[in-house]
Design a binder for this molecule. Structure first.
Ligand code: TMP
Length: 261
């Protein structure tokens, strides 16, 4: 069973500063004693990275929107099966640079593919797996493209028009409004340090919230076990070592790193 709260994605338009902020997020979670698996989409597996090369190559200019979407989901299927699901099942926190929200924004908003079609693929490939927390680094198109332009040769997406990126941004913002429980909107036009401080506070509140859930879950297990008299060892272990439920099993000898809820 997947423990809630550990699947975190980061989204944003071109030049939003994801790479820098993701490195900070990983470091922050690890400093809190959590085991983190950082990964990205499209990519994250050998096959996924090959698909990424095709998707980003300017030589593939003019690729049909349907082909592009199916390739995104092909890479995602591989990534979920080989990397994300096993990591979550092993109790890691997964920090993913882009996920299906990017498909809604780029292929849905940017290319005009129907959200219903994307939704069908989402159901098929992911089942009920959705990110628990999504940090949206919202950057205005002009600022983002100016930053991205300083990075060197533009990939196939970075060559798109300003109108394309305005549609991408609009879909991200709509989704942030539609899923306020999951999304945290961060103004990424600001300097890196200011963005970092806001992200730190988002992560701190998230950890506090997950800690609350973990404690409630542990109490429920203890209560159930004491009523049914089943698995008293598990109950006392959970009660004594509830931080392990946060993914800190390494710090918790009586539970052990292989413990999966
Ligand atoms: P990145 O350069 O931010 O890592 O992402 C690579 C590009 O892939 C980026 O321009 C956005 C695009 N993309 C999509 O169009 N749809 C998707 O589902 C994903 C994950 C990425």
């Amino acid at each position: 069973m997947k423990v809630p709260g550990r699947f975190i994605t980061v989204e944003g338009g071109e030049g939003a500063g994801k790479t820098t902020q993701l490195a900070f997020m990983r470091d922050y979670l690890e400093r809190n004693g959590l085991r983190v698996m950082a990964t990205r989409e499209p990519g994250g597996t050998a096959l996924g990275e090959d698909i990424r090369t095709v998707l980003l190559s300017p030589r593939r200019d003019g690729m049909a929107a349907t082909t592009e979407t199916l390739l995104m989901f092909a890479a995602r299927a591989e990534h979920l099966e080989r990397v994300v699901r096993p990591a979550l099942a092993a109790g890691h926190w997964v920090l993913c640079d882009r996920f299906t929200d990017a498909t809604y924004a780029y292929q849905g908003g940017g290319r005009g593919l129907s959200f219903e079609r994307i939704g069908l693929l989402e159901e098929w490939v992911q089942g009920d797996l959705r990110p628990d927390l999504t940090v949206l680094l919202d950057v205005s198109v002009a600022v983002g493209l100016e930053r991205a332009g300083r990075r060197g040769a533009a990939d196939r997406f970075e060559r798109e028009t300003v109108r394309f990126f305005e549609r991408v941004r609009a879909v991200y913002l709509e989704r942030a409004k539609r899923y306020p429980e999951r999304y945290r909107l961060v103004n990424a036009d600001r300097p890196i340090e200011m963005v970092r401080i806001e992200i730190q506070s988002i992560l701190a509140s998230w950890l506090e919230r997950i800690g609350g859930w973990a404690l409630a879950l542990a109490r429920a297990v203890v209560a159930t076990a004491s009523v049914t008299r089943c698995q008293p060892a598990l109950a006392s272990c959970v009660a004594a070592d509830w931080p392990a439920w946060l993914g800190q099993a390494d710090l918790c000898p009586s539970v052990g790193p292989g413990f999966v809820v």
